[in-house]
Design a protein. Structure first.
Length: 94
């Protein structure tokens, strides 16, 4: 995936922009943290912080490790589907 000009300075972007970039990437397919690092062109610490926050909030879930020949197998992540009740109806989050 080519990094768009909007993501070139993701490390310097605000936290909501960083979160939005990770969520957008996970909307396309299941990815590991190392996949996110490569796709977004950011540091492992940034991806770890954002993913930890999304996991704590229940927006993302770990769905299992993928076989790997070297090192620890990468754990795939996916957006969690959830339904929230709001005063004016339901909001579906994917």
């Amino acid at each position: 995936m080519l990094v768009s000009s909007a993501l070139r300075n993701l490390a310097a972007a605000s936290r909501p922009v960083q979160r939005a970039a990770v969520v957008a990437a996970l909307r396309t397919e299941h990815l590991s943290r190392s996949d996110l690092i490569g796709w977004l062109g950011v540091s492992s610490s940034l991806v770890t912080r954002v993913v930890r926050s999304l996991l704590d909030e229940g927006m993302v879930q770990e769905i299992g490790a993928v076989s790997s020949t070297l090192g620890r197998p990468p754990v795939q992540l996916q957006l969690r589907r959830r339904v929230e009740a709001r005063p004016h109806g339901l909001i579906l989050c994917f």
